[in-house]
Design a protein around this ligand. Structure first.
Ligand code: F6R
Length: 607
């Protein structure tokens, strides 16, 4: 999982490439590099660490002379994150340079094959076999395009790549299989990148390349070819209507904070066009011809998985649809018992998560129907699902997912109302109340976010000493407890465990002592008496407690965090940002890199 970009046009290429890489840094940031052709030579600059290390190296005059080049920002999969393993990689004759996102699964066999032919390797990466194999076939007399065909036909795994060769200083070749790649079409300039923000300052006209497609780009032309039959393909150009500003920080200290504060707007965007206020019904035109699921399997990873777990409670309660929720990396290998009558829903912000995509493909192999709940338009999951429902969260840049979960929960809630209504389970009174609540939600959350932020800011120094945290909840608050713990550990590096509160006494409570605080999700609902008993058990062992609760719950804990008394499930949309803000403030207080936590990347396109 890395970010790649290529530019060919009339402007100094390296500046455009560096600017693009900054927008792709969320995809990986352990090393970076650029390559371009000048005076019949390929020039490569690479550096370990973040992009500014690379920028510091780019001080030679030559870099301003080139108008074509490729760049890469890396998240290591094969080979340590060192300069040697940073992309671009060169062919043995140093005339080809290539950047790659993905994993070449059979790279060891290919490396042996090439080594036997006398080719020497300079890195530990899987990527290097791509450029060496293309070079090898070119040496055998094949054109560059034919050398690419030959290479890709031998490669197993996933790739999006961009390639330059010094005899053709204004041409870029690129291709994809199971990794994203988008072509940007400008006036006298063309772009290729892993994601649209990389070139959105220059063009809004894009083509989403499909799997097994190759493209040859010059400043004034682009030609797409099919890898299967080498024939030229024409593809529809899409105009992107979102703005680069929406992918930037707008004055917030971090993208994560900006994205937490965007949640009221996200809910509004998700509701737009979905509610018929006259009929008090929810609209999903995408599902008009889709069967009503008798049962539903939800498949997702990480935060999206937590949204799926949350939805299980809602869908079962409101739409009476039995729901099974699977972690995608388990689902894909457990030979799930599904058939053509089953409906699988895959949830993914990026739409590119390798395990979730594999789950989708497995479901399709078994002829099940697949609904994709995705945020990124044109992503692999969006394209491969039978029906796609977009979550409308806008670009999420912070590695820690926040607003995407909110958008997933809203869409899943709407779906439960949609299916519940189709099954005639909802009374007119229920529908009108729920829809009125939903429409009020953005404003109600807006008025609370600032107060929550202050509370989180006040609590962080008080609890920053903790090495571990429990997050406890029951019912709908159990998946939210899991999410609270995930947010805390991924950005503050404090160990945290989410538990169903009733499960504590079956083992975990042994850990409680005055050094091991608990974050309780204890709103005033029918499960509050049970929660109270669980919290007393924690207090009896000297455990400190922060509790998200309501004024009338009369919880006596170290730090009650009083939130408005919304009824379930609406209160989840208050609990979620409170958890996110607490994790955020803890990480900021501890001086962590909030938007780019160590060892993580935004879009997990490898297993
Ligand atoms: C956590 C986080 C990850 C993602 C997971 C799935 O903050 O961002 O756990 O939720 O990698 O990603 P998507 O939703 O893109 O499939």
């Amino acid at each position: 999982m890395c970010g790649i970009i290529g530019y060919t046009g009339h402007r100094p290429a390296t500046q455009i490439i560096i600017e693009g890489l900054k927008r792709l840094e969320y995809r990986g940031y352990d090393s970076a590099g650029v390559a371009f052709c000048l005076q019949n030579k390929v020039h490569v600059f690479k550096s370990q660490g973040k992009l500014n290390n690379l920028e510091n190296k780019l001080c030679s005059q030559e870099i301003y002379l080139t108008t074509t080049g490729i760049g890469h920002t890396r998240w290591a999969t094969h080979g340590l994150p060192t300069e040697k393993n940073a992309h671009p990689h060169l062919s043995q004759n140093k005339r080809f340079a290539l950047v790659h996102n993905g994993i070449i699964e059979n790279f060891k066999e290919l490396k042996h094959y090439l080594k036997d032919k006398g080719i020497q390797f300079n890195s530990d990466t899987d990527t290097e076999v791509l450029v060496q194999l293309i070079f090898y076939y070119h040496e055998q007399g094949k054109s560059i395009l034919d050398a690419i065909y030959e290479t890709l036909n031998q490669v197993k795994g996933s790739y999006a790549f961009a390639l330059i060769e010094c005899a053709h200083p204004n041409t870029i070749w690129a291709g994809r299989h199971s990794s994203p790649l988008i072509l940007g079409i400008g006036q006298g300039e063309n772009f290729i990148a892993s994601d649209i923000p990389a070139f959105l300052n220059y063009t809004r006209e894009v083509i989403f390349l499909e799997d097994n497609e190759i493209v040859e780009l010059t400043p004034s032309t682009y030609q797409i070819y099919s890898l299967k039959n080498k024939k030229g393909i024409s593809r529809k150009v899409t105009t992107i209507n979102w703005d680069i500003q929406s992918a930037q920080k707008s004055g917030y200290k971090h993208f994560m904070l900006k994205e937490i504060f965007e949640q009221p707007k996200v809910i509004q965007d998700c509701l737009r066009g979905r509610i018929d206020e006259c009929e008090n019904t929810v609209l999903f035109s995408e599902l008009e011809n889709f069967p009503l699921p008798a049962r539903l399997n939800i498949v997702a990873c990480g935060t999206s998985f937590h949204a799926g777990m949350w939805a299980k409670y809602i869908l079962e309660q409101i739409a009476h649809i039995p729901v099974e929720v699977d972690i995608a990396s388990e689902f894909r290998y457990r030979n799930p018992l599904i058939n053509k009558n089953d409906v699988i829903m895959v949830i993914s912000q990026s739409g590119e998560t390798a395990d979730t995509l594999a789950g989708l493909r497995l479901a399709k192999e078994k002829n099940a129907k697949v609904i994709g709940l995705c945020n990124v338009v044109g992503s692999s999951i969006a394209r491969e699902a039978d029906v796609v429902i977009y979550t409308q969260a806008g670009p999420e840049i912070s590695v820690a997912s926040t607003k995407a979960m909110c958008s997933q929960m809203i869409m899943l809630f709407l779906l439960s109302l949609y299916w519940g209504n189709k099954k005639q389970l909802l009374t007119p009174n229920f529908k009108s109340q729920y829809i009125a609540h939903l429409l009020e939600l953005p404003e109600q959350i807006e008025t609370n976010l600032q107060i929550f932020h202050q509370k989180a800011n006040h609590l962080a120094p008080k609890y920053s000493w903790a090495n571990s945290f429990f997050y406890l909840g029951r019912g709908l608050n159990y998946p939210l407890a899991l999410e609270g713990a995930l947010k805390l550990k991924e950005i503050s590096y404090i160990h945290a465990e989410g538990y169903a509160a009733g499960e504590m006494k079956h083992g975990p409570i042994a850990l409680i002592d005055p050094q091991f605080p608990t974050f309780a999700l204890a709103p005033e609902d029918e499960l509050l008496p049970k929660m109270k008993s669980n919290l007393e058990e924690v207090q009896a062992r000297g455990g400190k407690i922060i509790a998200l609760t309501n004024i009338n719950s009369k919880l006596e804990v170290d730090d009650p965090w009083i939130i408005p008394n919304f009824k379930s499930p609406f209160i989840s949309f208050l609990i979620l940002p409170a958890l996110q803000l607490f994790a955020y403030e803890m990480a900021v207080y501890l001086g962590k890199d909030v938007d780019q936590p160590r060892n993580l990347a935004k879009s997990v396109t490898v297993e």
